[in-house]
Design a protein around this ligand. Structure first.
Ligand SMILES: Cc1cc2nc3c(=O)[nH]c(=O)nc-3n(C[C@H](O)[C@H](O)[C@H](O)COP(=O)(O)OP(=O)(O)OC[C@H]3O[C@@H](n4cnc5c(N)ncnc54)[C@H](O)[C@@H]3O)c2cc1C
Length: 303
């Protein structure tokens, strides 16, 4: 119920305005968000690289409704790629197609995506298309397939909570695509997503095994020790080397586990979001875990 409430609030304007305006809101968000500027994000990426982590940078922002805003987001992402190249960072970018104009015109999102993956390709980086809610799954996969980009330059995300994911994975693996597997962060109807967490976890493990057996480089995005252990055990049993896949976790979440995995010789990529539009991202993180909400309330009471 709490999760539903927080996800509902993540879409509302009033709590958004209140949090954005308050210094405390920004301070709490800084647990999960690198800052509001590209310099903030680059500084965090450099520090993480220094500690042995790979990085993916996310310029926060969701669906845009004007072509000019989609153009602006694309321009920002091109400048991130330029900084990654000039500062020799080990970093990718993570983008949302609605940010590149998917809800306005699929062809425009397609063109903007092409500019990004071509620049990433030129500098040896990579573009990951985040997966949004199920209303966008078909269009996201369509744009991804139409891009026909080399797998080492462009990849996609699959959510284990969706009933359709096994079929989507079949098609993606046939085409050699690199996949980030996550559980899924949006509120979805039972008709499209498993309502029971145990089913989402079972689906995650089944898909993990399919991906690890594929011989393609994939990413396992989760903070769940059970999912991490399942991936490690399957890889060991099948002789899949630790360099043949990576774990991914969000900035500020389970830092101890992130460090431990690097210590054990696994690749860990930290997803580092930045930008002034941090509110929906922040609310989704709160919705995922009541402890994060308690942290917020404790700080509010102290403040
Ligand atoms: C790198 C990355 C990229 C992502 N990209 C997408 C995307 O493109 N689309 C999308 O829909 N979703 C995305 N997600 C979000 C994802 O779908 C889940 O909503 C989110 O990761 C929570 O699921 P979980 O696997 O971490 O485990 P959960 O089932 O939420 O939690 C399982 C266990 O993990 C531990 N845990 C989880 N969160 C915390 C925490 N904050 N602090 C301490 N322990 C914790 C706890 O032990 C918990 O019991 C992404 C997540 C990551 C890490």
């Amino acid at each position: 119920m709490l999760r539903s409430l927080l996800l509902y609030l993540s879409d509302r304007q009033l709590p958004k305005r209140l949090l954005l305006r308050s210094a405390l809101g920004r301070k709490l968000a800084s647990r999960f968000i690198a800052g509001e500027t590209l310099d903030d994000a680059i500084r965090v990426a450099r520090e993480l690289n220094g500690k042995g982590f790979e990085v993916t940078l996310d310029f926060l922002g969701e669906s845009v409704h004007e072509a000019a805003a989609a153009e602006e987001a694309t321009r920002v992402y091109l400048s991130i790629l330029d900084r990654i190249a000039s500062e020799k960072l080990r970093s990718h970018i993570s983008i949302k197609l609605t940010q590149l104009g998917l809800d306005i015109d699929e062809a425009q999102a397609q063109r903007n995506l092409e500019r990004l993956w071509r620049r990433a390709h030129a500098i040896g980086s990579f573009v990951r298309i985040d997966m949004e809610n199920s209303a966008h799954t078909d269009a996201t996969l369509r744009v991804f397939h139409a891009a026909q980009a080399p797998p080492e330059s462009l990849g996609i995300v699959i959510q284990s909570y969706l009933r359709r994911s096994e079929q989507d994975v079949d098609e993606l693996l046939r085409r050699g695509a690199r996949i980030r597997l996550c559980k899924g962060a949006y509120k979805e109807p039972e008709s499209v997503a498993f309502p029971d967490k145990a089913d989402v976890d079972r689906s995650y493990i089944r898909l993990t095994e399919r991906l690890l057996a594929s011989g393609i480089y994939h990413a396992f995005a989760t903070h769940d020790s059970k999912m991490v252990e399942a991936a490690k055990a399957f890889a060991r049993a099948r002789g899949v080397a630790p360099e043949a896949f990576e774990f991914q976790m969000l900035h500020g979440i389970r830092r101890g586990l992130q460090r431990e995995l690097v210590r054990q010789g696994y690749r860990v990529r930290v997803y580092v979001p930045y930008g002034h539009q941090w509110y929906p991202y922040f609310m989704r993180r709160l919705a995922e875990r009541p402890a994060n909400l308690l942290f917020l309330i404790r700080n509010l009471l102290r403040g």
